[in-house]
Design a protein around this ligand. Structure first.
Ligand code: HEC
Length: 202
């Protein structure tokens, strides 16, 4: 019986020989392996013959970013009471009852636990813009089904999380006009990065 090591060492010997026979005369190896460098695009074809241009509808579906000043917010509105119900079905398993203490992190600021040195980072104490709470939830949550929420559901959830963090009153109606007016407690903690390049140290 041939030993495993014997088989392995033989196949390792044969492999480069077969490879060499197959490719020694091909233009691919001679042009690409010896002279080709990543910055040299002269040998790259203009098209690889697959794929197609994205349709406008496909682009629109993912072109949904909302900026800190609120640019990009869609029509719709939300209130905390409705958000609370949605949260209880679609978010609570990962973010805990009332947004506190779930396996994927708290979203609502609470007392610092006596065993911890500092508070967990949440929307209440570590999020610079109310508008980007909407943006983040719409794009990324629920984690297991991103993109599945309607715009109104995202407005309701945003209202709920801002209200649970005591940033807005529970009767506040979140709309594209009102959301950018909300000042987040953590905003002063964030410094605009206005470095122009080079070794600038703040
Ligand atoms: C299956 C688990 C899961 C579910 C369900 C879920 N999330 Fe999350 N969530 C996560 C994970 C994981 C992260 C961290 C993701 C990361 O850091 O990339 C996160 C992060 C977040 C954050 C950012 C927190 C921060 O401080 O950075 C928000 C806001 C959020 N989720 C809201 C929601 C809302 C609202 C829902 C319900 C619609 C929801 N999540 C449902 C797993 C989940």
């Amino acid at each position: 019986m041939p030993s495993l090591m014997g088989i392995l060492s033989k196949s390792l010997l044969i492999f480069p020989i077969v490879w060499g026979l197959l490719f020694s005369n091909s233009g691919y190896l001679s042009t690409h392996s010896s002279h080709f460098s990543p910055s040299d695009t002269s040998q790259v074809p203009s098209s690889f013959g697959f794929g197609r241009l994205a349709t406008q509808a496909e682009i629109d579906r993912i072109d949904i970013d909302v900026r800190p000043d609120g640019k990009g917010l869609p029509q719709g509105k939300g209130v905390a009471a409705k958000g609370k119900l949605i949260f209880a079905t679609k978010c609570v398993a990962c973010h805990g009852a009332g947004g506190i203490g779930g396996p994927n992190g708290s979203l609502v600021h609470s007392q610092v636990e006596p065993t911890k040195k500092r508070a967990e980072k949440t929307i209440g104490n570590y999020w610079p813009y109310a508008t980007t709470v909407f943006d983040y939830i719409r794009r990324a949550m629920p984690f297991n089904a991103p993109g599945s929420l309607t715009n109104d559901e995202v407005y309701h959830l945003t209202a709920y999380l801002l209200s649970a963090n005591q940033i807005i009153d529970s009767s506040f109606v979140v709309t594209p006009a009102t959301l950018p007016t909300i000042k987040m407690p953590a905003q002063p903690l964030f410094v605009p990065d206005d470095r122009k390049g080079g070794p600038v140290i703040k």
